[in-house]
Design a protein around this ligand. Structure first.
Ligand code: 6CS
Length: 314
């Protein structure tokens, strides 16, 4: 059998690395009985077309991130800023724990929409770029920054004083070039592979949140797997947690070198006091999330904050 896997990113991205390794391991563990075919971003249309395809069963597997809020509102939890720890590996483990990923609330958030969540994949810190220096919320004032399409992100950047605009991933480069947008938010590897950095002057590390995607399958496809195949999928996704963590860190590091070698973009790292100003402004957006998404979303937010707190105490 062939499983079709829709990616939100192009070749050489973190999602592509995940997909390629997933395909390799599935082939190996099933002695060639399962072939996974990857569809990099663009091949299935826009981002929401990918989610529609996996929901309807036209494809079996996909990644879903910032644009998934219209399909799985609870997934906007991953759009909130300053809710996880400052350590990427800790966050990856918390998100993929039985207590979070396999909780009824998280599973049902997807299953109620004909999807099944298989793994959560942090892809590196979100990094701001702009043509002006941004260190304070004041600096953000009036900056037309592009966000992925979900209300939580727009609310967050409004709270920071910016003027957020939503735009499809494939339109950002020309949007920046034409001045329709003035700023952008991506993990480092994406700023590089999509060439966005070429048309931006400043790159600002605020470590306010990681880019987080969910690896998901069509629900009926998942429910129809044999016990043996389901077990293999679980084994492989469990193995890939550490694999992709290492890959994303390395990719993001290497790509930053490419960016600095090929441009005179200025790199800014916010101090912890500077970050605190943004942290404070991000807090009320948690209430917006709860108002918007309801009780299940609230329980998921609380669960995540508890797991972070338990970790901080240990
Ligand atoms: O900004 C976006 O729309 C896209 N960026 C990345 C790094 N992955 C997928 C996402 O949709």
């Amino acid at each position: 059998q062939t499983w079709r896997f829709g990616l939100e990113e192009i070749e050489d991205s973190v999602q592509y690395a995940y997909g390629a390794r997933f395909a390799e391991l599935m082939d190996e563990r099933t002695d060639g009985a399962v072939t996974v075919q990857l569809y990099p971003y663009g091949q299935l249309g826009g981002l929401t077309d990918i989610y529609d395809a996996v929901q309807s069963g036209a494809i079996q597997l996909a990644f879903g991130s910032g644009f998934l809020g219209g399909t799985v509102p609870e997934s906007q939890l991953f759009s909130l800023n300053f809710i996880l720890t400052e350590d990427e590996w800790t966050n990856t483990q918390i998100l993929n724990s039985d207590e979070f990923l396999r909780s009824e609330d998280f599973q049902d958030s997807f299953r109620d929409r004909d999807l099944h969540p298989l793994a959560i994949v942090p892809e590196g810190w979100q990094v701001w770029t702009a043509n002006t220096e941004i260190r304070t919320p004041d600096d953000f004032s009036g900056v037309a920054i592009r966000t992925m399409d979900n209300r939580l992100l727009r609310e967050t950047y409004q709270a920071y004083g910016a003027d957020p605009t939503t735009m499809e991933y494939g339109e950002i480069y020309s949007g920046l070039q034409l001045g329709q947008i003035e700023g952008n938010i991506q993990p480092v590897f994406a700023h590089q592979e999509m060439s966005f950095y070429e048309v931006q002057d400043y790159m600002i590390f605020a470590n306010h949140k990681e880019f987080i995607a969910t690896f998901m399958g069509n629900r009926d496809w998942y429910d129809g797997l044999s016990d043996e195949l389901r077990e293999i999928v679980h084994e492989v996704t469990a193995e890939l947690v550490e694999y992709i963590h290492d890959v994303q860190q390395q990719l993001n590091e290497e790509r930053l070198d490419i960016i600095t070698d090929n441009s005179d973009i200025q790199i800014i790292e916010l101090t912890s006091d500077e970050r605190d100003a943004f942290r404070e402004l991000s807090m009320p957006v948690r209430d917006t999330f709860v108002d918007m998404v309801g009780e299940r979303g609230e329980r998921l937010l609380e669960r995540l904050l508890e797991l972070v707190e338990e970790h901080d105490e240990s």
